[in-house]
Design a protein around this ligand. Structure first.
Ligand SMILES: Nc1ncnc2c1ncn2[C@@H]1O[C@H](COP(=O)(O)O)[C@@H](OP(=O)(O)O)[C@H]1O
Ligand SMILES: [Mg+2]
Ligand SMILES: [Mg+2]
Ligand SMILES: [Mg+2]
Length: 344
């Protein structure tokens, strides 16, 4: 199968969602609510989830969806529901040219029902879309990096991925220039990048991307998260030292790290667990890991095992994530195993 329709719809869906997230980003009121696990969610997360699920459901109504958010707060709190609905409505009005392809939403009720289609349990069979409507919500709130991330898992294997990164520069050599890129991939067909345009129906083909293949760690740069609670930065620094990496790490939120490594603006992504009981979520890794693999890299857990997307909503068979160029991956895993020998 070519999966060209899936890729096209996924690209349009994450692109339209970014119209909404951008608007919320530039507004004062973000409607931040703290979830049970103490993490933040905003009305942009809810709005983006409704828009993306609307697009998936219109085109692939038989498919299952694992989305990060649910509509419980919106059903209870009119002061979150109403502004979310306003943003969703305005975004649809602003993107009439793609409504034929990725659909409309006609009421706040329909918006909440769409959000709640993301409750699937995941698993080893069938077609399952994994959606992170805003990955890096903390980054989004502080004006850092964030991403809208959508992956299609077919019989347990990530097969299609689209990643929209509104705050990454189009040209990494000009970090203060134009911002916003969209990356996508189909397994076996490579990964591409294009600018995230405001005119989302101008469907230009993406440019193929390839990861760097640095000859040695002395030339390599590594990416890690901003949040010290999400990965163990102390151990990451120690591994970098063991490997002979001399460049300072680049810290950024969200799957923008996978995007940066895939496009060659960085070489390694280290995500060492802060606790061996934390289960990474499939929506935090589906799209990004496929894009890195299709750009020529290897993505694994800290033991060097492939990420297993076939066991539910989380990657419960894995701990942490390591993304690296093919020629360096085995050496990184050696250093990681040495660093973590007390817990592995
Ligand atoms: N203890 C933890 N360890 C690893 N990841 C965690 C974590 N707590 C939260 N996260 C995840 O880290 C994601 C952000 O990744 P990063 O730190 O690379 O920016 C969050 O996604 P959301 O922002 O979508 O909730 C959340 O799912
Ligand atoms: Mg979250
Ligand atoms: Mg996330
Ligand atoms: Mg999220």
């Amino acid at each position: 199968m070519s999966y060209s329709k899936e890729r096209h719809i996924a690209e349009l869906a994450v692109q339209r969602a970014c119209i909404l997230t951008n608007r919320v980003f530039h507004s004062r009121v973000k409607g931040t609510v703290t979830k049970d696990d103490k993490s933040p969610v905003t009305l942009a997360d809810y709005g983006a989830q409704a828009l993306v699920i609307g697009a998936v459901n219109k085109n692939f109504p038989q498919d299952n969806i694992v989305g990060e958010e649910d509509a419980e707060v919106l059903r209870q709190k009119a002061d979150v529901r109403e502004p979310t609905w306003q943003y969703v409505k305005e975004t649809i009005e602003q993107s009439q040219e793609v409504v034929g392809e990725i659909g409309s939403i006609n009421s706040a009720e329909e918006m909440m029902d769409l959000i709640d289609l993301g409750v699937h349990a995941g698993g080893p069979t069938g077609r399952i879309w994994a959606l992170d409507p805003i990955d890096g919500t903390k980054g989004f709130l502080r004006g850092g990096q964030y991403a809208v991330c959508l992956g299609l898992i077919v019989d347990g294997q990530v097969t299609v991925g689209a990643l929209a990164c509104p705050n990454l520069p189009v040209d990494p050599k000009n970090p203060d220039g134009e911002k916003g890129i969209i990356l996508s991939a189909v397994r076996g067909q490579g990964a591409t990048l294009k600018p995230l345009l405001e005119n989302i129906c101008a469907d230009e083909p993406g440019i193929p991307i390839k990861m760097n293949a640095p000859a040695s760690f002395a030339d390599a740069a590594f990416c890690e998260g901003v949040e010290s609670g999400h990965s163990n930065q102390g151990q990451q620094a120690s591994i970098a030292k063991k490997l002979g990496i001399t460049k300072e790490s680049v810290r950024m939120d969200s799957q923008a790290k996978y995007a940066s490594v895939a496009r060659g603006d960085g070489d390694l992504y280290l995500r060492l667990p802060t606790s061996m009981t934390y289960e990474e979520k499939i929506w935090d890794h589906a799209a990004g890991s496929l894009i890195v693999e299709e750009a020529g890299g290897i993505v694994s857990d800290v033991r060097g095992n492939p990420l297993n997307f076939a066991v539910g909503r989380t990657l419960k068979k894995n701990n942490g994530v390591i993304a690296a160029p093919k020629n360096l991956h085995a050496k990184v895993i050696e250093a990681v195993k040495d660093e973590l020998k007390a817990v592995l």
